[in-house]
Every structure is written in C-alpha cells, then in structure tokens.
Design a protein around this ligand. Structure first.
Ligand SMILES: CC(C)(COP(=O)(O)OP(=O)(O)OC[C@H]1O[C@@H](n2cnc3c(N)ncnc32)[C@H](O)[C@@H]1OP(=O)(O)O)[C@@H](O)C(=O)NCCC(=O)NCCS
Length: 311
C-alpha cells in the first residue's frame, strides 16, 4: 500500500503588508529586504482571525479537491507553533468544524518543518492500513509572536495556511522516500523568547543552506532517481537565496522550483503546503511528476519527501 496526496488547499489573509509599509514600521528598505530575502510583501491576519480560522479555509479546499467530506477523515494533523491556545488544539477545533466525527486529532509542533513531519506521520498510518484518509494542515499566525520593533525578524514573516489530504494511491505513485531530522543543540538560534521570536539570522542561514540541498539530494537518491529527474521542487519559502542553493544543488531549471516567498514571506508551517496547492492549481504539477518537498525550521528541525504525483 502506498500513501499519496489526493487533494490540496491554501488560504492567505486579505491584508497585504508591502515592503514600503515595513519602511514605516522599522528602519529598513524595500531594496534591503528584496535583495537579502526575495520578499516583496506578506499577508497579515485580522485580529479576530486566528490560526484555526485560516486552517479551516485551507482544509475545506483540500477536502473538496480530494472529493471527500469531513466524515471520511480518520485523522487530522495540524502543524503549528501558533495555535489559538495550548488546548483545545487547532486540530480538535477543525474536527468539530469539519464534521469529522470519526477522526482522531492532534497538533504537531516542529516549526517550519511541521508539515513535513505531518506528511510522514500520515504516511505511516495509511501504509499500515490503519487509516484511509488523513488531513494534514500547516497553519501559522506568526504575526502574533512577531516583535514589530525588531527589523531582524519582522520583515521576514507572514500568516497563512496550507492543507493536503493523504490517502492510499496506486503502487507507482505517492511517497517514495523521506528524511526527517532534528538538532536541539541549534535551538537557541531560532526560538520564542518570552512573547516573541528571536533569531540569529546568520546561524540559521548557515544551517539552512547546508541542510535543504543535502536533504533534497538524499530523498531523490533514496527514491532511486537522479537529481535531474526532479520535475518540481517545493522548498520552504524562507529566503530566495536558501531556496536557490537547493535548486542549484539539484541542477534543475528555475521554472521547476516553486517560488511564492515574494508574495507571502515566510509563513512557517504553511509555506510548503501553500506552494504545493498553488503548484497544483497552476498546473505546475502534473500526473507522474517527481516532486520534492523540503523544509527546515526552529528546533532545529528539517524534513524532505520525494513523491510521484497522482492517484
Ligand atoms: C536574516 C537574513 C536575511 C540576513 O541577511 P544577511 O545577508 O545574512 O545579512 P547580514 O547578517 O550579512 O547583515 C545583517 C545586517 O543587516 C542589518 N539588518 C537586519 N535586518 C535588516 C532590515 N530588515 N533592514 C535593514 N537592515 C537590516 C543588521 O542589523 C546587520 O547590520 P550590521 O552588519 O551593521 O550588524 C539572513 O541571515 C537569513 O535569511 N537567515 C535565515 C533566516 C530564516 O530563514 N529564518 C527562518 C527559518 S524557518
């Protein structure tokens, strides 16, 4: 039995904060932000729009694309570091709102790599035959833990949610290989201190430019393919320079990498599933494509997946 992605969805709040807007908040410039990160604007959730609200919208779209309803779900996994509250979890809130009466529900905390941890957790349940349909959502409202006086971090992040439904697919499709990892010794470089995000940008950058290319190559090789066989690369959208390092290491052309960091900034656990959902909707991802998803985040954590697209 193989586990694959059979539906995707995404949601980003309406409110746009451009680099020009950021210039009015902290001592920065559009030029600095664009050249160092590739970010042009980000979306910010409304005060009364919480993580579960964004997650719900992305989830509805993913269920529709998968042609199932909440009642068909066996498990809901929500990757987030900004839940509405510690408990009840975001996944439990969705269990109710989606009418997922027979689903178990839990949140996963692995920062920006959370969606990768979710996909691999879902794969185990599906491939053992324990569960049929698992909904995985990456959703974060980082704006509520952003220090809007710290130019080192506030220009980087945005809010949003992305979702995927996973289920059994045919033998030649679905997840082919994966890699998950953690290095707690690097946790101090990216953490929530008191109320806000603290980041040592240079250390995180060094870790990420090494880890993303390495993990991408590992999963492709583990799947029995060559680097140039990759049809579409979906890296965590943190910084265009880090993403470029992964693309160049695989040696694939620019149009084979998902890029939306310019529109949304770094949306944490939502970044990979938003890019995945956009890739499906824009026909960038087609049946039988070899797709690589790769992410890294606070913890430190990382994860990558190679999969053959389709049912
Ligand atoms: C944050 C990051 C963009 C900084 O880019 P960089 O090229 O490494 O920048 P440097 O560290 O060389 O330079 C930083 C300088 O720019 C300044 N700076 C930081 N933020 C700035 C901003 N928004 N506007 C203008 N200047 C800024 C700093 O004060 C520092 O000045 P100094 O050298 O006088 O102290 C980069 O380190 C990065 O992307 N790191 C990874 C972050 C990440 O991915 N986090 C999320 C992980 S999930």
């Amino acid at each position: 039995m193989k586990a694959g992605i059979i539906g995707t969805g995404h949601y980003a709040p309406e409110k746009v904060l451009t680099n020009a807007d950021m210039e009015k908040i902290v001592d920065t410039s559009d030029e600095w932000i664009r050249t160092r990160t590739g970010i042009e604007e980000r979306r910010i959730a409304h005060d009364n729009e919480d993580t579960s609200d964004m997650a719900f919208k992305a989830a509805e779209q993913a269920l529709e694309e998968a042609e199932i309803t909440g009642e068909d779900l066996d498990l809901i996994l929500v990757a987030t570091v900004t839940p509405d509250q510690p408990f009840p979890t975001v996944s439990c809130k969705l269990q109710e709102r989606l009418g997922a009466t027979k689903a178990a529900a839990m949140d996963i905390s692995a920062a920006c790599a959370g969606f990768m941890y979710g996909v691999i957790t879902a794969k185990q349940f599906i491939e053992t035959g324990a569960y049929q349909h698992v909904l995985i959502i990456g959703a974060d409202k980082l704006s509520k833990i952003t220090d809007w006086t710290d130019r080192n971090t506030c220009v980087l992040f945005g809010d949003g949610a992305g979702a995927a439904v996973m289920g059994p697919v045919s033998e030649d499709k679905g997840v082919l290989s994966f890699e998950l990892g953690a290095d707690g010794s690097g946790g101090k470089h990216l953490e929530q201190n008191d109320d806000y995000i603290f980041m040592n940008g240079r250390e995180v950058f060094k870790f990420a430019v090494r880890q993303m290319p390495e993990s991408s190559v590992h999963v492709v090789e583990k799947a029995g393919y060559a680097k140039e066989d990759v049809d579409y690369l979906i890296p965590h959208q943190a910084n265009i320079r880090i993403m470029e390092a992964a693309r160049q290491r695989l040696g694939i052309e620019e149009d084979r990498m998902a890029v939306n960091v310019n529109k949304y900034g770094n949306t944490s656990a939502a970044s990979i599933p938003i890019a995945l959902s956009e890739g499906v909707k824009n026909d960038k991802i087609k049946d039988n494509d070899l797709v690589v998803l790769v992410g890294f985040g606070g913890g430190l954590t990382w994860g990558a997946v190679a999969l053959k697209w389709g049912k």
